[in-house]
Write a protein that binds this ligand. Structure first.
Ligand SMILES: [Zn+2]
Length: 109
């Protein structure tokens, strides 16, 4: 029995799990699911298959244009409504912002 690499205490059990991107269901795929944290691990082949399906449906790495806004003395990044909805983001959702060089910012939810 393998142990989950994220929480390092749960066991991984084989299960078919539904997979969706931005609210669009891609289907059910075999995965190993952690009994403790619920993290899902897909095999390399399955991950590749999912990626191909995402590309087919035009969902892979779907990016959206947005603009920097201004409020008080800080700048605001607007997250498109569709993306916020798909990711369950709301006002006051805590986030961590990582600057990654001059051209990229990663926002972690
Ligand atoms: Zn785990």
């Amino acid at each position: 029995m393998r142990i989950c690499q994220i929480c390092e205490k749960g066991k991984l059990v084989k299960k078919d799990v539904p997979y969706e991107v931005y609210g669009a269901a891609l289907g059910t795929f075999p995965a190993e699911v952690c009994t403790s944290c619920g993290e899902q691990w897909f095999s390399e082949g399955t991950a590749k298959k999912i990626e191909e399906l995402e590309k087919e449906k035009g969902l892979f790495g779907r990016a959206k244009q947005s603009k920097i806004g201004y409020s008080g003395n800080s700048l605001i990044v607007r997250i498109p409504k569709e993306m916020a909805k798909a990711m369950g983001l709301k006002k006051e959702t805590p986030i961590t912002i990582h600057p990654e060089g001059k051209n990229r910012i990663t926002i972690e939810v």
